[in-house]
Ligand binder design. Structure first.
Ligand SMILES: NC(=O)c1ccc[n+]([C@@H]2O[C@H](COP(=O)([O-])OP(=O)(O)OC[C@H]3O[C@@H](n4cnc5c(N)ncnc54)[C@H](OP(=O)(O)O)[C@@H]3O)[C@@H](O)[C@H]2O)c1
Length: 267
C-alpha cells in the first residue's frame, strides 16, 4: 500500500526540548521516533551498541549496551555533562533474543538478559535522569512496552513477563511523579515489522527448520491475525509517541496506549 503522510506537523512544537530516545538506529521504531521528534524541533540524542558511520562524530549519539549498569551509567553521565539532563525520555530499547520453542529451553541467563534489556535498562535510566527533571518541575517519560505485556507470546515468554513488569513499574512511576510535574505513560505496539522483528522470525525459522514465510505465518497465527490486515509501520508508532510527549497530551498520565491494528480483542 502507498504510504501517505496525513499528519499536519508543527516543526516548532518541541523546539528547545532535549530528548533522549534509546535504540535510535537500524530502521526500527527507535529511529522513526528520533526522526519524528527531530522534525518537531527537538534536540534528539540517541544510543545503540554499535555506532553507525554517519553518527561517529555526532554529539547526539552515545555508544552503550543498555542492558548493563555500566551502559546506562555511561549514558546518564554523558547526558548530564553535555546537556544538563533531558526534558523527554523515550525508553525504546527492548526485544527478545531467547530461544523460541518452549519453557525448558529458557535458561537463567536468558531470563536475566531479557529482564536487563526490557526492564532494568529503563529503571536505571529513569532514575539517573530524574533529578534534573524533578528540579525543573517538568518532564515526560515514555516506556515502550508491547501487547505481549497482557497477551503473552508463546515464543517469547521471558520477554512478555519483562514487558508486564515494565508496564506495572511505569504505572507506579506515573502516580509518584505526576504531582511533581512529570508525566509518565507507556505505548504498547503490536506486530511492527522492524529489523529486530525480522531477526525473531529468522530465528524461529531456523529453530523450526522452516522458511521465513512459514515462520512469519506461525507468528501471525499465534496473534490470531491482524484485523486491520497488515503489520504496523514504525512511523505510525512514532506519530503516537510524538503526540504523547507533546503538550497536546498534557492531561494524559499513567496510561498505556495500545497501537496494534486490532490484534488484542479483549477490552
Ligand atoms: N517490532 C515489534 O513488532 C514490536 C512489538 C511490540 C513492542 N516492541 C518494542 O518496541 C521497541 C522497539 O522495537 P523495534 O523492533 O522497533 O526495535 P528498534 O527500535 O529497531 O531497536 C533496535 C535498536 O535498539 C538498539 N539496541 C538493541 N539492544 C540494545 C542494547 N542492549 N543496548 C543498546 N541498544 C540496543 C539497536 O542498536 P544495536 O543493535 O546497535 O545496539 C537499535 O538501535 C522495543 O522495546 C520492543 O520490545 C516491538
Amino acid at each position: 500500500m502507498e504510504q501517505s503522510d496525513h499528519t499536519t506537523m508543527d516543526s516548532k512544537e518541541l523546539k528547545g526540548k532535549r530528548v533522549l530516545v534509546t535504540g535510535g538506529t537500524k530502521g526500527g521504531m527507535g529511529e522513526a521516533i528520533v526522526k519524528r521528534l527531530a522534525k518537531a524541533g527537538a534536540t534528539v540524542i540517541t544510543t545503540a551498541r554499535t555506532t553507525p558511520d554517519e553518527l561517529k562524530e555526532s554529539k547526539l549519539f552515545i555508544q552503550a549496551d543498555i542492558s548493563t549498569p555500566e551502559g546506562t551509567a555511561k549514558i546518564v553521565e554523558y547526558v548530564l555533562e553535555q546537556f544538563g539532563g533531558v526534558d523527554i525520555l523515550v525508553n525504546n530499547v527492548g526485544g527478545s533474543s531467547t530461544p523460541t520453542g518452549g519453557v525448558l529451553l529458557q535458561s537463567d541467563e536468558d531470563w536475566q538478559r531479557t529482564f536487563d534489556t526490557n526492564l532494568f535498562a529503563a529503571v536505571r535510566l529513569d532514575r539517573g535522569l530524574l533529578p534534573p527533571m524533578l528540579k525543573q518541575g517538568n518532564g515526560v517519560i515514555l516506556h515502550i512496552t508491547s501487547i505481549q505485556r497482557r497477551f503473552p507470546g508463546e515464543n517469547t515468554m521471558a520477554y512478555s513477563a519483562a514487558k508486564a513488569a515494565l508496564g506495572n513499574y511505569s504505572k507506579a512511576l506515573a502516580t509518584e511523579l505526576a504531582p511533581k510535574g512529570i508525566r509518565v505513560n507507556s505505548v504498547a505496539p503490536g506486530f511492527t515489522e522492524t529489523k529486530a522483528a525480522e531477526r525473531l522470525i529468522e530465528r524461529m525459522a531456523q529453530e523450526r527448520g522452516c522458511d521465513y514465510k512459514d515462520a512469519r505465518k506461525i507468528l501471525m497465527d499465534s496473534l490470531g491475525g491482524i484485523p486491520i490486515g497488515r503489520t504496523a509501520r514504525p512511523e505510525e508508532i512514532a506519530e503516537l509517541v510524538a503526540f504523547l510527549v507533546s503538550d497536546r497530551a498534557s492531561y494524559i498520565v499513567g496510561a498505556e496506549h495500545t497501537i496494534d491494528g486490532g490484534i488484542v480483542r479483549t477490552i
